[in-house]
Write a protein of this length. Structure first.
Length: 308
């Protein structure tokens, strides 16, 4: 695993991870004197804020208090989405009741811990890069399907997002509309927080490269198929590793700029990056965090991305 020298201030002092570039000027809707108002305000998304969008029904409130950042949200996106249900996704977007707690003073461990939902966008929509979709082979192999691939239509929209059976809209890859909404003109766009408290950014220049690459060789498996409530299809699993499945990739420390969790030390602070290439969004966290309860059965095992 690629290791970083962490400045002592990350462990012994409160971390202030804001700068002028983190203060964003947006049209925000809020309330005072009993009336809603919308106007151009400077919004510091590292501080307490409310994000209300009457057009899309978004209600997200973040309160910074003591050592926690608490987000209460109905998890409705504050931007245009694709049409749901659609041919690849039978679910309709519905409001949720979600409360998230993020530590204000993240503790870096340097130990990558796998997590299904690594964090939440500033608008209250969760990041969930992996899927529950699996190709199963009679010869015993299981292959976890990636969301961003061309073999199985999972109904993703232009935000690389779709909807779970619960009605929860969530991002599997680059959240295009979020980047546009929260862009301050700088290369790094602050778009969310990971559950260990570290911020999540997107680099418009793409200068930060992940350290995953496609495996050489071919996959193994006979009589393979994919099935969901809408369809069943036979899958030819053989062929070169092309990114259709998570196990097509391997992590090679130093291959790119980012570590195993798609993170890096930037200006003395640890941050996560959403990238255009695998793993797209972090599949693990490098800081201490409280694991979320599973809302559905655990994923069946597969080989997963390898470590080089």
């Amino acid at each position: 695993m690629k290791k970083f020298k962490i400045p002592s201030l990350l462990i012994t002092m409160n971390i202030v991870i804001i700068s002028c570039s983190d203060i964003q000027f947006k049209k925000t809707s809020h309330s005072h004197d009993g009336f809603n108002h919308t106007h151009q305000d400077a919004v510091d998304y590292f501080d307490s804020y409310s994000l209300i969008n009457e057009k899309y029904g978004t209600k997200t409130k973040v309160t910074v208090s003591k050592n926690k950042r608490i987000m209460v949200t109905n998890a409705l996106p504050n931007h245009k989405t694709g049409d749901f249900p659609n041919s690849g996704n039978p679910n309709k977007i519905k409001a949720q009741e979600k409360t998230y707690s993020f530590p204000l003073n993240p503790i870096y461990t340097g130990k990558a811990v796998w997590v299904r939902e690594p964090g939440v966008a500033l608008n209250g929509i969760k990041f969930e890069p992996g899927t529950a979709e699996v190709v199963e082979c009679e010869s015993g192999e299981n292959y976890r399907v990636e969301a961003l691939q061309d073999v199985i239509d999972l109904g993703l929209d232009f935000n690389h997002a779709h909807v779970q059976p619960t009605g929860a809209y969530h991002y599997h890859g680059t959240p295009t509309s979020i980047i546009t909404d929260f862009d301050t003109g700088k290369d790094l766009v602050h778009i969310g927080f990971a559950h260990d408290g570290y911020p999540i950014y997107y680099s418009k220049s793409g200068i930060y490269k992940p350290s995953y690459k496609l495996l050489k060789g071919t996959r193994e498996g006979e009589d393979c198929s994919y099935e969901n409530p809408m369809t069943r299809m036979d899958i030819s699993i053989g062929g070169h590793h092309d990114g259709t499945y998570g196990s097509d990739f391997e992590y090679v420390a130093g291959y790119g700029d980012l570590d195993e969790c798609n993170g890096i030390i930037h200006n003395g602070n640890y941050i996560y990056l959403v990238t255009e290439n695998f793993p797209y969004i972090s599949r693990c966290l490098m800081g201490e965090f409280k694991e979320q309860k599973r809302s559905r059965r655990p994923f069946p095992p597969d080989k997963g991305p390898r470590k080089g």
